[in-house]
Design a protein. Sequence first.
Length: 430
Amino acid sequence: MTAESILVVDDDRTICKVLELQLSHLGYNVIGSARTANEAIRMVRTHEPDLVLMDINLGRGGDGINTAELIRKEYSVPVVYVTAYADEETLERAKKTLPFGYVNKPIRNTDLRTAVALAINQAERVEEEAATYHGSDTAWHMQFSASADGEINRLTQSERAALRQSGHELLEELLPADHGRLIQNCVNARREQLITTRTGQRTYSWEYRPVNRGKSVRIRVTDITAHAQMVSDNVQQATLSEALDHLATGVIFVNENLKIFHSNEAAEQILAKGSELLIRDGLLCCRTADRTAHLQRQVLQGSSSTFSMERGGELPPLHLLVSPLHSHRENYGRNLPISIVYIFESAKNSQRIEDVIRSLYNLSPKEARIAAKLVLNPELKDAAQAMGITYNTARTHLKRIYAKTNVNRLSALVHMIVTGPVGLLIHATE
């Protein structure tokens, strides 16, 4: 059986050496010692120890209690305090960090042996209780680290306990097939990568997060089987229904990375033309990087927005309406669609669109003309210029349109029109 690994943190070099010798004689694997808070955090991040022995007072090297709190929150590594300072105020601060024990200086071998053994045993029990069995209401999860080349760092005691709760002995049985590519993308782009996988009857969500300035990656895997099943049922009813394909307006469901979850037939027809919008590796992209970035910003901002793209040649402009489903922050680690992108092309016969809009919404001729132009190009100043009226006059007409259609935003107005009967007319007049 592999010996538990321990990191010693103390600003006194002599005490570090003594503790290293004592721990080695007790059969533990001492990965080294740190004399400052920054060095301790770096070694925890690099070596992932099973336990940290932390001196409360690191002198000029930092505050041991604050360092222990950070290690517990960021890396889930248990801490035992080693200190000569036992005043009430210090103990109260230390207690708030939920330590796994205390050892007072001068350190006796029996005290050290007892404190370390109890701490490791307690850590194992905590992990076993926290790692939920399949079929329970709470999602199972675990965290571990990998180097920039994709090699998995040695699992800590708590990580091995969590892995066993998943029903697997080897982490390789769970890793995504494109684990290497996810690591590379995470390191190169220095941003998190999200993916959902299926192993047997279970569905897992994976988060790859760069740490240590991109030199390593922190990975979190969560069992989302129950949630995925519920979402799958909802998505099948809401997005994969035959009704979407009957819409003449293009409809695409995307997440914060512009990954496409579903697109209807009208959207696929527009994307097939490959002029400005296209699909790359399952992602919705624009022809240029700056336009793709603009589209992603519209998705991330969490509110409805519209914009247009000229396509050149004989192709009419392309108009996009981005409508949020929920915040991208709520989607962290879930890898679900957060926005709907509605796509439509300008019609050639705007008079027919005006007539339909006027009839449907009881608008005046000028109001119908403005509404039609906004459908074809959702920019009020452009509509005003095309009609030869001032921007303020156009705003007055728009307010009347809002009152008659019971909406209060331009994006909502465009959404209501293009997803209704006018949507059919837009494509019928091409």
